[in-house]
Ligand binder design. Structure first.
Ligand SMILES: [Zn+2]
Length: 131
């Protein structure tokens, strides 16, 4: 077996037998941050690697996390979803609908974009800090 066991982060009651399952967190790969659990002597499910939202949430709720890993109870891994990209037609469309203002805004574009980017970044940082 080439698989390396990740360190234990907590324990939970096994729903299939009377043992306690050890809970681990995937430390690398596409499923980094996902929890999985192992039962030492399970007749049903020795390793539970369910990665759907419901299973992951249940595992987080049912796990007694070890000291230092409590934050895992609330932290959720963010699966890499394909974000719906906005059609670039919107910005171009507004230019077309604005024939009265020809290209006067062009020189400021990059500057405005930088400011908007900085503001967005600041908001994100603030949001993370106050969350
Ligand atoms: Zn079990």
């Amino acid at each position: 077996m080439a698989k390396v066991n990740n360190p234990r982060v907590g324990t939970m009651e096994c729903p299939h037998c009377d043992q306690k399952r050890s809970v681990h967190v995937t430390s690398k790969g596409a499923y980094k941050g996902y929890l999985y659990s192992r039962c030492p002597s399970c007749p049903v499910k020795k390793v539970d690697q369910s990665r759907d939202d419901v299973s992951q949430t249940l595992m987080r709720q049912n796990t007694a996390f070890d000291a230092g890993f409590e934050s895992l109870a609330t932290e959720k891994p963010e699966p890499k979803k394909k974000e719906p990209t906005e059609t670039p037609l919107n910005s171009r469309g507004s230019e077309v609908l604005d024939p009265e203002k020809p290209q006067t805004t062009k020189p400021n574009r990059s500057g405005l974009a930088l400011v908007a980017g900085a503001v967005g970044l600041t908001l994100i940082i603030l949001g993370v800090k106050t969350a």
